[in-house]
Design a protein around this ligand. Sequence first.
Ligand SMILES: CC(C)(COP(=O)(O)OP(=O)(O)OC[C@H]1O[C@@H](n2cnc3c(N)ncnc32)[C@H](O)[C@@H]1OP(=O)(O)O)[C@@H](O)C(=O)NCCC(=O)NCCS
Length: 172
Amino acid sequence: MRFVIRTARMSDLAEILRYFNGVIEERVPGLPFRNKYTLAEERKWLKGTVDGVRKGSRFYLLAETGGRIVGSAGLSYSSEEHALDSKHMMVLGVTVAEGYRGKGIGSELIRQMIAWARKKRLDLLELNVYDTNRDARRLYERFGFRKVAEIPFRTKRGNKYISHVVMQLHLR
Ligand SMILES: CC(C)(COP(=O)(O)OP(=O)(O)OC[C@H]1O[C@@H](n2cnc3c(N)ncnc32)[C@H](O)[C@@H]1OP(=O)(O)O)[C@@H](O)C(=O)NCCC(=O)NCCS
């Protein structure tokens, strides 16, 4: 499948809203269940992201095929508005749309996230994944991420608790 990886712009607003709300509606087991975003919420988020990318405090990429957004990945600082003592690391988030998974899109997004982090001379990247999300964990391990912690009881689905696994990729 041919796809393009590119930065986001404000004109992507409607398509990004459709994309994220599609992932939310799917209730994919590996992601938190939440309410769909409103246009106003999404506009605020996208503006913050586009501005952050311009200032270098964020990194964000979209995957697009045939005019449709089918994947998204971002790096952001972990703590409140870039605390001076946590600028050595960023947190990775990545999703790909149903029907487009398993085709290499997530891998390409992650590869570009890591390349950017290296250029920015970050010490490490971190992510959070459900313990039960074996496929995603294997994918992250392939890129060198390793489990550094487990947070038990973090999510509750029905009567079942799901632990969160924290993974890190050290870049130096
Ligand atoms: C995890 C995710 C971002 C990976 O993107 P992708 O484009 O499917 O990944 P790629 O095609 O580059 O790589 C395929 C690998 O991804 C993993 N993967 C994870 N979830 C997958 C899914 N639903 N379908 C296919 N592959 C999946 C597999 O390990 C697969 O490797 P394998 O060949 O060893 O089975 C994407 O599948 C996704 O959004 N899944 C649902 C939401 C989710 O779990 N997000 C991660 C939250 S931390």
